[in-house]
Design a protein around this ligand. Sequence first.
Ligand SMILES: *Cc1c(COP(=O)(O)O)cnc(C)c1O
Length: 376
Amino acid sequence: MTDTASHFHASRLLRDELAVLVAYTPIVPFEVLSRRLGLPAEQIVKLDANENPYGPAPAVSEALAEFSYYHIYPDPQQSELREALAGYAGVPAAHILPTHGADEMLDYLCRLFLRPGDAIIDCPPTFGMYSFDAQLGGGRVVEIWRTAGYGIDVDAVEAAVLASATGQDDGGRVKLLFLTSPNNPSGTWLPDDELARMLALPVMVVLDEAYVEFADHASRAAWVLEHDNLVVLRTFSKAAGIAGLRLGYGICPAWLMDELWKFKQPYNVNVAATVAGLASLRDLDYLHAIVATLKAERRRLSALLATIPYLLPVPSEANFVLCHVQGRDAQHVKRALEQQGILVRHYKKPGLDNCIRISVGRPEQTDRLVEALRSL
Ligand SMILES: *Cc1c(COP(=O)(O)O)cnc(C)c1O
C-alpha cells in the first residue's frame, strides 16, 4: 500500500522486531507502597531488588555535596575513573570501560555483535536483561537450561556453539554466551574449570560479575588479559550501594575496547556517578567492611530460613537467598509479607516454580522478616 497523507500512521515505520517485545513490568515503587500500607518509608523492609541497605560510604555523599562542576560535561574518556578502577579490579585502565550501569554494557554488546537472526546463548533461570537486549535487536535466544543445582550444562552449551559455528543449525550464528557468577537469582558460582572449557569455544563469552564482591571465590576479571573472547561485567549497584546513580563497567580485551570507543555515547556516565564512584574507590575500607557485614548477615539469614518448615533455601554466594516454597503458594507468602511492609521477589516460571528471593538486609530487617515468616 502506498502511504498517502490521510492513511499514514508513523507507527508503521517502526522495526518489525518490536512486535514480539513486551514492556518491562516494574515493581510497585517503594513510596507508593508506603502510602498504600500507611507505613512510613523507613519502616518498609525492602528485600526485593538486591540493593545495599547501607547505601554508599558517608564520604560519597560528602563528595557529591561538595562537587561544584555539575554544569560541565563529563570527560568522555573517563580517565580518572578508569585509573581508579584499574587499581580496584587489578587490570590496566586500557581494558576498562565505565558505563551507565552494567546494563548499558549489555546493551552495547548486543548491538555490537548481533544482526537480526544472530543468536545468544542464555542459561535460565538467570538475569532477564540478556534475552531482553538480544531480542531488542532482532536476535534469537537459544536457551540452555541450568541443571537441578543451577549449574551450567556445559556439554549442551558446547554442542549448541559448535552446531552453530559449523552451520548445522538453521538460524544465524551463536555469537554471545552469557554467564553469571554468582548467578542471579540462584546465588550459585560457576567453577573455573567450566568457565575455561567454555572460553575454548568459538563464541564471545560475557561473564556477569555483578555480585562477585560477595562471593567466597575470586573474580575472573584478570582472565580478560589471557582470553580475547571474554568480557567481564561489574557494577557499583550492589556492593557499593549506588544503584540509583547507575555506574557499572566492562573489562574487555584490547580489540574490543577499540570498537567500544567508536560505539559508546561520549557522555554515557554522568558527573554525579563519576564523583560517587571515585569517592567509593577512595574509601575501600568502608566497602570491604560493608561487604563483610552483608556476608555475615547472609550466613545468619540462610541459617534462619532453613528453620522455617516451608522454605528450602539455596546456598548463596551473593547478597540474596533463593528459597523454594514447599506445601504453599509462594505468591501468597510474598503477598502476606507485603501486607506487613516486607518486600521480597516472587517467581513462578520454569526452573523457579514457586520460589521467593530475599535480599540480605540489616540484622533488624532479617529479624522482622523471620518473625513474619514464622507467623504465617
Ligand atoms: C543488578 C544486576 C546487574 C545490573 O547492574 P546495573 O549496574 O545496576 O545495571 C547486572 N547483572 C546482574 C546479574 C544483576 O543482578
